[in-house]
Write a protein that binds this ligand. Structure first.
Ligand SMILES: [Zn+2]
Length: 138
């Protein structure tokens, strides 16, 4: 098997092979979207598709999944580091755990997946949030 070629340009998606939690159909999903609710291309049921046990995936040095991003913004012990970073990015983190949510400075709600993808498509912001994650996960 040939090694996976991972594009270095952050605007090029890195794909992971995931399985639908309902029908187990496998399909490709952007690595950064792992953990996000999405409809299955086969059975159409919305679910959180994941990499099957034993499966591997390519990733870039600083890329993170949506699941990791949600952990960052929802865990109370991380807020001291994550809150100020998100404020720098123009967003306010409110609530904890299931109630965690994002707003723009003007009070407009922001879809966390949208915010995550926005951070992951910027080379600098992707690196910056990775550093924030490393500072709370170590
Ligand atoms: Zn399915």
């Amino acid at each position: 098997m040939l090694p996976a070629v991972v594009p270095t340009d952050v605007s090029m998606p890195v794909l992971a092979t995931v399985a639908c939690p309902h029908c187990h159909h496998t399909f490709d999903m952007e690595y950064v979207r792992l953990g996000a609710l999405a409809p299955c291309p086969s059975c159409k049921a919305p679910g959180i598709a994941d990499i099957p046990r034993g499966g591997t995936y390519p990733m870039r040095d600083y890329e993170m999944t949506f699941r990791s991003f949600m952990q960052l913004i929802s865990f109370e012990p991380y807020r001291d580091k994550v809150g100020p970073f998100m404020r720098m990015m123009g967003m306010i983190v409110l609530g904890y755990d299931e109630d965690a949510r994002l707003e723009r400075q003007d009070g407009t709600p922001v879809d966390p997946l949208e915010a995550h993808l926005e951070l992951q498509t910027g080379e600098q912001s992707q690196r910056d949030i990775y550093q924030v994650a490393m500072s709370v996960w170590r």
